[in-house]
Write a protein of this length. Structure first.
Ligand SMILES: *Cc1c(COP(=O)(O)O)cnc(C)c1O
Length: 443
């Protein structure tokens, strides 16, 4: 572990002069379509701290978008990945296999919900995992249609853009999109017209009715849902929704896919968020938190489904790279040893209490939600439920200026989301919450 003092330290303006110099170079060399939340250039990172090239130490409430749950230079990740790096970097699993890949698949079979026979295939990115889940479901069912949900996010490749709900910035101008994708309502409690208490039953009934009437259940290969919707605004589908959709899928021979790329690997205080309502998905996609920052993704599922595509039908040059697999084994070891599920639950406790106190003082906090270390607040205009993206942006900027990295999300751009590394110290966590509270006071 890189021994960075776990203390916030601001020694220049944010971003500082060295970051600004690098940003100028970046603007000349890096494509404009690739954005950055905060153009502070990183030098080192670990635990709850990102140290920049000017020597500032920022509190990290982003984890590189829910990736570095074990920290950005976790001891077991660095140790195992470094050892593997010195042995060999690549052979291509499709050419000559290696043990690390098999071991990651064995771990996935053990950790994912359900005690049925499971197999996995490994890839490089979340989008690639979701694409492959669709390939597997189509090969298994010999059907074509894929059902996704309002506010869903599944990636930036062509097929996953089609699966993603939000136009800007993900899809605008990038069509045409893949066919046979259908979008249905999700139980968004805070914005459900008849109230959160009715959202689970009503939204699932509407979604199922649309599938049956508009697509035909017998044409549907897969239903894909994030058990907690990430980019869409940390929406937890109201209770009852996931079990109803999952049961409908099972009853109709449809492959139920849980996209746990953001919500998985201890993020919500459980290995996988779908465990909360005892939902056992047929296939589960993972990435982000799986490998302590190295690029790795997986599809894990029922053995008979995973074996449906012909040999050679799945794969890719780098999928399941040996260094990334070693890192994943280090990350999983860390999650077990430090009991990061318990850590995530404690983070929820601390954050929600602090956020509730803020909500009491400021009525622009419409909703506090999320589980574990996947917590968000939805900001609205005073006395209404109208989205307030302006305040959201201003608050995020105010936090950044004080050295707290926070992210925004949501279909309406009005959600502040908090994804601290699960290994963050409680003092840093509270200091981050102090900064958020102070930002509210100023805005
Ligand atoms: C981030 C994300 C993806 C895409 O993963 P990439 O690695 O960026 O391709 C897909 N689904 C969900 C739920 C995500 O949060």
């Amino acid at each position: 572990m890189s021994a960075i003092p776990q203390e916030r330290r601001i020694v220049t303006a944010i971003p500082g002069p060295k970051s600004q110099e690098l940003q100028a170079r970046r603007l000349g060399a890096v494509a404009g379509g690739v954005g950055s939340v905060l153009p502070v250039f990183a030098a080192r990172a670990n635990g709850g701290i990102i140290e920049d090239v000017d020597g500032n130490r920022l509190i990290d409430f982003g984890s590189g978008i829910a990736v570095t749950s074990v920290g950005s230079s976790a001891e077991a990740v660095v140790r195992r990945a470094s050892a593997q790096l010195a042995e060999f970097t690549h052979t291509c699993f499709m050419v000559t296999p290696y043990e690390g890949y098999v071991e990651v698949c064995e771990q996935l079979a053990e950790l994912t919900p359900g005690d049925h026979a499971k197999k996995s295939a490994l890839f490089n990115s979340g989008a690639e995992a979701v694409e492959n889940a669709v390939k597997i479901a189509r090969a298994y069912t010999k059907r074509q249609a894929v059902v996704v949900f309002d506010h869903g996010y599944h990636g930036r490749t062509n097929l996953t853009m089609a699966l993603t709900a939000k136009n800007m910035p993900y899809k605008n101008g990038f069509g045409p999109f893949a066919p046979e994708i259908y979008r249905v309502p999700v139980a968004y409690g805070y914005r459900w017209p008849t109230g959160a208490e009715n959202a689970g039953a009503e939204a699932s009934a509407q979604a199922i009715d649309m599938i049956v009437k508009q697509i035909g259940a017998e044409n549907v290969a897969a239903i894909i849902i994030e058990p907690v919707l990430g980019e869409g605004g940390f929406i937890e589908p109201a209770k009852g929704f996931l079990p109803a959709i999952s049961k409908f899928a099972t009853d109709n021979g449809i492959v139920f896919v849980a996209d746990e790329i953001q919500s998985g690997f201890c993020r919500t205080g459980q290995w996988f968020a779908c465990e909360d309502e005892n939902v056992v998905p047929d296939l589960i996609t993972t990435a982000k938190g799986i490998a302590g920052g190295l690029p790795l993704a997986a599809v894990t599922g029922r053995a008979e489904m995973m074996d449906a595509p012909h040999s050679g039908g799945l794969g890719g040059t780098y999928g399941g790279n040996p260094v990334a697999c070693a890192a994943a084994l280090g990350a999983i070891e860390t999650m077990r040893e430090l009991d990061l599920n318990a850590k995530a639950k404690r983070i929820e406790e601390v954050m929600k209490a602090r956020l509730a106190a803020i909500q009491e003082k400021y009525d622009i906090v419409g909703d506090i939600r999320g589980r574990g270390a996947m917590i968000a607040i939805e900001l609205v205009k005073s006395g209404t439920k109208d989205p307030n993206p302006e305040a959201t942006g201003t608050l995020a900027k105010a936090c950044h200026a004080e050295g707290l990295l926070v992210l925004t999300c949501g279909t309406y751009g009005n959600v502040l989301r908090f994804l601290p590394p699960l290994v963050i110290g409680e003092d840093l966590l509270n200091e981050g919450m102090d900064i958020i509270e102070a930002a509210f006071a100023r805005v």
